[in-house]
Design a protein around this ligand. Sequence first.
Ligand code: NIG
Ligand code: FE
Length: 398
Amino acid sequence: MSILITNIGELTTNVPAGEDRLGTRHDAAVLIEDGRIAWAGASEEAEGVSSRFARSTTEEVDVVDAGGGAVIPGFVDSHSHLVFGGDRAAEFEARMAGQKYAAGGIRSTVAATRAATDDELRERLRGFVHEMRAQGTTTVEIKSGYGLDVATEERLVRLASEVTPEVTFLGAHVVPAEYAERADEYVDLVVGEMLDACAPHARWIDVFCETGAFTVAQSRRVLEAGIARGLRPRVHASQLGPGEGVRMAVELGAASVDHGTYLTDADVAALAASDTVLTLLPGVEFSTRQPYPDARRLIDAGVTVAIACDTNPGSSFTSSMPFCIAVAVRDMRMTVAEAVWAATAGGAAALQRDDIGAIAPGMRADLVLLDSPTRVHLAYRPGVPLVKQVWKDGAATL
Ligand code: NIG
Ligand code: FE
């Protein structure tokens, strides 16, 4: 199966070309073969290239005219919490009326999630994944963390694994009400029976290392137990205040530290000297009216930055990567190029994936065609549905 996308006004490859980290090409074409990128280059070379491929495969080439639109790699949303029951619209409304965001709201979603059936959770989850795909997301990481007992956490990672390979066990999201004042006993459960039940369905282990959630010592225990079971670490840290979570995450070789609103100079230096990505979640600050992290400070220090939605019913109930790009550009002062890179190649780095996040031969054919001449419109036209077509592993999905 071959697809030739021609007449691309602006192609973002993320294959660095000189000063241009995004490897931008104009008047370009892309050839897809069997779900992978076979070739990307100048439109005028496309015919020759595709007939060469067609001869070797004796196949018809399906030609798609991009109409001068922009094509970018599919968004890699490396942080979401999509398996949950209920919502917290009332909490959001109260917050917009002046109430402060705190980690404890998570517990109300836990009650609704425990009460939901597998089918109810599955239907909702599939709806969110569909909603994301329509907005250009081709890979999504999904965390558990609204079950907080062995049976429910196992259900959440199992359901998540039905829709993505990027499943994260977040049993240490907060201490559930029934373990109030007994946090260490809850951590015993997380690193014991709960990890046993969840590890087979997960690739990642995560912990919310924050005042109101887990201490650095408890977080380290959780991550080390996960690592010992073959899971790779990622961490929620420095969302609500400064702490030692970032340095611990770097020390343990975490793929990503997420949030990072309150970073010390030592945190930034540790991140810059490491392979750990800092994942920014602009929807959180937008929806909680908290200060935005200083993206410029991070990028200027040489930290690899990703952008993700953190879709969840409490702190960020958007599933739109274009929206998060627009906020990152407008309010975090990232350039459009930096934000688009962070939402594609940055997300791939945060998931330690080398087969997504760029349009280059051999990569998965995950692409987005925009109804605009340039990727700049993602930030320039906030809230406008610009995604015209999405290919996931070479299959058109819209
Ligand atoms: O990433 N920080 C921890 N977890 C979520 C919030 C979850 C909630 O409020 O329900 C987050 O922001
Ligand atoms: Fe989160």
